[in-house]
Design a protein around this ligand. Structure first.
Ligand code: GLN
Length: 264
């Protein structure tokens, strides 16, 4: 029987650190979460279908992305690169593909355009039929140029169109989560986005935790170490954070009643 599977993701803002220190070295790092996650829901066991990391080089507004459709623990090139690359803004993820979705570099988070990096941890229930109405509100070219034929890539296209219309990242991910819940209520929708200066993240039926202090913030699916400073983010909440602030509010679920623009 097909199982629901859940990836793991992480975002960091703070003083520049090397990617190995952030992603590979901690006792329950994203690397460890790729083969021994602590909190997989719905039947997933490991996150072996790929991984990705995006980072902002010092002073850059546009991130670099590295994505591979292989287990993180098998990529010696990334491990070597990670000890050399330093950044003060990072978003990374490990993937357990939802049954029926393609396994490809381009299906791995982070998705992105311009200064944005985006990840989705979960699955859209009833995909793809449940998303037809929302997808109809997007420009046809956005649908033709999806990075992959996955629920996550479509979620990114929906978020991106809201950013392009001038919405804040928190408003964009919160509204998309609410809209998708309106069409597909059984979905798991942990969305995560950064532009290198702010992080926004939703929790819908999966775990998220945050640790902040000393001018740094780390938002992760699971705590990466046993520190008592991690704060769980409650379900159906929207987190927005900078290096110095963390704000957590309920997702404005009434946004889900907004009907997307119908094509003529
Ligand atoms: N549904 C998404 C995919 O297949 C995310 C998977 C997950 O969170 N396990 O890529």
């Amino acid at each position: 029987m097909p199982t629901e599977q859940v990836c793991r993701h992480l975002a960091y803002l703070g003083p520049p650190r090397d990617l190995a220190t952030l992603l590979l070295a901690p006792s329950h790092s994203l690397l460890r979460q790729s083969y021994a996650p602590a909190d997989m829901r719905g039947g997933g066991t490991i996150n072996a279908d790929g991984f990705g990391a995006g980072w902002y080089p010092d002073g850059a507004v546009t991130p670099i992305r590295y994505r591979r459709a292989i287990p993180l623990w098998t990529d010696a090139t990334f491990a070597a690169l990670a000890t050399e690359v330093r950044s003060g803004a990072v978003l990374a993820a490990v993937r357990s593909a939802t049954v029926g979705m393609p396994i490809a570099d381009t299906a791995c988070a982070p998705f992105g355009t311009g200064r944005w990096l985006f990840s989705h941890n979960g699955r859209v229930a009833g995909w793809p039929d449940s998303m037809a109405t929302l997808a109809r509100g997007l420009p046809i070219t956005d649908l033709l140029t999806l990075e992959a034929s996955t629920d996550s890539a479509l979620l990114w296209a929906l978020v991106r169109s809201r950013l392009a219309a001038g919405e804040s990242p928190g408003c964009a991910v919160g509204t998309v989560a609410a809209q998708v819940l309106g069409c597909a209520p059984a979905s798991r929708l942990n969305l995560l986005i950064t532009d290198g200066t702010v992080i926004a993240a939703t929790t819908v039926d999966h775990a998220l935790t945050v640790r902040a202090g000393n001018g740094a913030v780390l938002v992760c699916s699971e705590p990466t170490d046993p520190s008592p400073d991690w704060e769980p983010v409650p379900d159906r909440h929207l987190l927005t954070a900078t290096r110095f602030t963390v704000d957590v509010v309920p997702i404005p679920l009434t946004a889900g009643v907004t009907t997307p623009t119908e094509e003529p």
